[in-house]
Unconditional design. Sequence first.
Lengths: 284, 351
Amino acid sequence: MTALHTRLFGLLATTWGGVLLYFYSSMRMKKYLAPDFHILLLIGGIGIVILGLFSLINPTSEDSCGHDHDDDCDHDHGQNHGPHHSHDDCADCSHEHDGHGPGITYALTLLPLIGALHFTEDRLSAIGIAKKGLYETPNLTAPADAPPFTREDLEKRVPRNLDGEFQLSLVTAYYVAGDREVEGIFDGLPVELEGRLVEEKVNNESGLRRRIYRSIISCCAADMSIVGIPLEFETPSAEPPNDSWVKASGTLVFEDVGEDRVPLLKVRQVIASEEPYSEFLLRQ
Amino acid sequence: MASFADPCLDLPKSLQREFLRMQVCFCAISRFTSPVTELREAQLQDGSFEFLAIFLEGLPFIFMGTIVSGFLGTYLPRNAFERFLPKNRTLAIFVSGLLGAVFPVCECAVVPVIRRLVKNGLPVSCALTYMLAAPIFNPVTAISTYKAFNNSYAIAGSRLAMGWLIAVAVGLVMARIAHQHFLKPSAIESGNEHHHPRNLKTAMNNSLRDFMDVGLYFTIGVILTALLKTTVIDPTSDFWKNLADNSLAATPAMMVLAFILSLCSTSDAFIAANIGNFKYAPKLAFMVFGPMMDAKLIFLYSTVFRWKFIFFLFLGLFAATWGLSLAFEHGLGSYDSFMESYWGSEKEVAP
């Protein structure tokens, strides 16, 4: 690398680090990363900026290091040409070059990054949410947020709201379905669930149903899965609007849909709530 | 005075070929996209979201890997590994497959590290074994797999054992092949670096060069992953659900899914546990194949290996994982009875 290349790469690294720090400082990272990874984003961002700035200030030029680089070669060679391999032969040489020029690296990394920053809405579309499992039925091999097994455990572990309803994790309510033993404890239970509202697209011939969901991640939004529970209202309801955070209270029941067993909340009331610090629930 | 524009015009042939491949890939993908504008907008939104999620998660790890590689390349004496590893090459490969337990790294960070270690004299077969095994055979992956599958030692153990077995097998095979056939020349030769002084400036310069090189391929891989995830694959479709009872077909399908999803090895067990009611083999294959070979990794691997080798590595890993997964499932009986034998007959396993 020439000194100029080093400086240009340093500038690019500083930009990448700046993007990481921007996501951290603006808190937009909450939409993409699990809380455990926030600090890694900060450390990574600072580290990359330091690496970039260091290279900007102290560029190393390999053609000044005493090797056989007497030409003004600006290729990214990872190899020593040696006395028998001059740069005149480079057009015909068969070896592959180590690394790429700054132009290519800038184009292939910055353009997609700028495009993604432009087009993202910091969330998935309705189609994307559906592909992450919004309308899927529970699978018992997934133990996320394992529910309590006895009524006593339930009473001990799960707090109640002012109306005496259990403030149950939506994920727990979701995964209870199918395990008949545990289901018996939850069936008919007065509960309050918190999550985002969306329209119901399955088993909703009456038009009385909507759906509440939460996102679960381990590391980043790319490994996100979504669990949703249908809400059944007594009369058609459009309030609160879709996409808002709500607390839905009512009675948790379970119904058979085809070969699957799915939870259903018979709604007593749905009230708007504040968006939590992170909308993700952790698997671990 | 050199012009920084020159390298862009003087593209290496390998990069030109990569552009061609990308073009073909983009064309193929575009055929899958619907003509409905709303759908395209959604795909664009979701693709950008997925891209940024993986980019933000992966870049700090790439950085850490390249910092380690840069400093190793500068300060680690050449052939230092010969002192640490057993003299017997076969034994050294076996041990390399276990190194992830001591030096745990994810699949993104491991590539720059082994790149530099190979240049510093680590036997290529050992480096390859470590590269394939470390993302699976490490404590973080073991714990996440254990938790994802209802505290199952058997599944976590099977995953680690299978990852180690395959990595060692690949290492043993590659030990018998001259590395010029599968390593890029730039990865074989140490170039000018060994002449540089061992100081911070050199270490940082090495780190920067590795970071730019690996970061470029990482970005290309993430773009491809985001495109495929938002346009081609829908794990909730009937296709995937109908495969649940057929491990023979479901196993390769799950490997393809793992390849496209390009998940981190520390989190993929939770996805495997959640995708449908597959039996043991498909889920195990998903968790073993993905960390060894996925859409972003092939671009990272291309910084070290020749494309031809990556293609054969893909085929080899695919076949080995497929066969071993089915063998594991067969040996332990069906997934359900296997789980029941561990948890007792009272616990219901599948709905």
